[in-house]
Design a protein around this ligand. Structure first.
Ligand code: F6P
Ligand code: MG
Length: 444
């Protein structure tokens, strides 16, 4: 009965979507071009003339795209032939049909979510069309740097985890719950450290992730952690009665660097506490939104942790490696995560992925982009229920751990949004606020 609200779009002059397409995306593209050029002797010239040409060609394709963006040209079909190329081009055709003409599917006139995803896919295309370095990750430098810049915070967190794990046997249920809540919140705030919102500027964790939790408490706008906890506890009970079912938690990852470490620490705790027996991590199959985790980042982070010159950090790294080896942890990727679709399309457009998620007892969605896709990146009223905004998406009980960086937020109390707007006009885009927002079709 209720209409679905419009997609956020740069066509609303002055909106955050508009500012992103006008300013932040071109800045990111300029950085990409600069990175390729700066690294040309490291990655390209070793291939001789082919490499030199590849570097020039890639840069010229990227500058051309930046120009298309800045002059609001129509979105073009992809010309590579990867696994997902057809999907992207069909998606574009559908948009063109809906709009009635090709011109109006342009950088500023289309849904923001779509053009922003498309930009990262075009970066991938530009590299792919120019072998021999087609699998070069232009964002790698920034991701590894932000990991190293968060070293102190990583060590603090690993030391904390060691303390918890050492006393695990003696913990009362309340103490266990307390640690669970802390690590859930550390993982939430870890999402502040992404490189997309800062257009690639340093955004690492500098303060102690545990000590700052109390002062951050008032910035959690929705906190459903008790429902996340009870979901895990009741999965245990079901598991016990059927004897064979292991409790599985899926984490749909967002950023590499400090945020990924917070997710690994949470996953470690879920296993060591017995709250879960299996964790699936879902990452991206191509470099995405500057700092998102790829398979390479995932493996690299665990290797770095193992090799660290810090007792508890390296101990954790070794533990994580053995979780992966034993299959207690596993890493998965799927092309759907790097398509522009809202998650309510998943059951139709990626039924295999949807079926995979159905096997989880709980799915944690990290970060802002996942929240935008959960809610369709639409101009929802703030009081609309999370379940309504999900529009039928619900493969399993799910929870979003997200700091707010885009103009979409649902599930607030009446008046809460208005109050925030009057106190802090940038509350939805500053990354200062966060939500731990849960949904399960069972609870309706
Ligand atoms: O608007 C900020 C932004 O670049 C959005 O485009 C995107 O949703 C977000 O940052 C990325 O954040 P996250 O890494 O939390 O998904
Ligand atoms: Mg991200």
């Amino acid at each position: 009965v209720h209409g679905v609200p419009a997609s956020l779009s740069a066509k609303v002059v002055g909106s955050y979507a508009y500012l992103t397409v006008r300013d932040r995306l071109p800045t990111i593209l300029t950085k990409v071009i600069d990175t390729i050029h700066r690294n040309k002797n490291k990655f390209f010239e070793e291939y001789g003339e082919v490499g030199i040409q590849a570097e020039k060609q890639t840069i010229s394709l990227l500058s051309k795209m930046r120009n298309e963006l800045q002059t609001d040209k129509p979105v073009l079909a992809l010309t590579d032939s990867l696994q997902d190329t057809e999907c992207w081009n069909q998606y574009l055709q559908r948009q063109q049909k809906q709009q009635g003409d090709q011109e109006s599917v342009s950088w500023f006139k289309s849904p923001w979510l779509y053009v922003e995803c498309y930009m990262y896919r075009r970066v991938h295309e530009a590299l792919w069309l120019n072998p021999p370095i087609s699998d070069y990750d232009v964002f790698n430098e920034g991701k590894t740097q932000s990991f190293f810049e968060s070293q102190q915070a990583v060590m603090t967190l690993c030391t904390y985890l060691e303390g918890v794990n050492k006393n695990m046997e003696e913990l009362s249920k309340n103490q266990l719950l307390e640690h669970f809540n802390k690590l859930l919140q550390v993982s939430l705030w870890g999402n502040k450290c992404d490189l997309s919102i800062s257009a690639g500027r340093d955004n690492s964790q500098k303060t102690s992730p545990i000590d700052s939790l109390n002062s951050l408490q008032p910035f959690i706008l929705v906190n459903d952690s008790n429902m996340v906890w009870s979901t895990l506890i009741s999965s245990q009970r079901q598991g016990q009665s059927e004897k064979t079912t292991a409790v599985r938690v899926d984490i749909v990852l967002d950023n590499a660097g400090f945020e990924l470490v917070t997710d690994l620490v949470l996953a470690d705790f879920l296993i060591s506490s017995g709250l879960a027996h299996e964790v699936y991590f879902h990452g991206k199959s191509i470099p995405w939104f500057v700092s998102d985790v790829t398979a390479n980042d995932f493996q690299w982070t665990i290797r770095q942790t193992m090799a660290a010159n810090h007792k508890w950090m390296s101990k954790n790294g070794v533990q994580w490696k053995s979780h992966l080896k034993a299959g207690v942890w596993s890493y998965h990727d799927h092309p759907f995560w790097t398509q522009p679709n809202e998650f309510c399309d998943m059951a139709d457009d990626a039924p295999d992925l949807y079926a995979t998620l159905q096997g989880a007892d709980l799915v944690l969605f990290k970060g802002d982009l996942n929240y935008r896709k959960l809610t369709g990146d639409r101009d929802w009223d703030h009081t609309v229920g999370f379940g309504t905004a999900l529009r039928g998406f619900g493969p399993a009980p799910l929870c979003s751990l997200r700091t707010l960086k885009a103009n979409v937020q649902v599930g607030l109390q009446p008046g809460q949004g208005e109050k925030l707007t009057s106190q802090d006009p940038d509350w939805m885009t500053s990354g200062k606020y966060g939500v731990i927002q849960f949904y399960s079709s069972n609870s309706e």
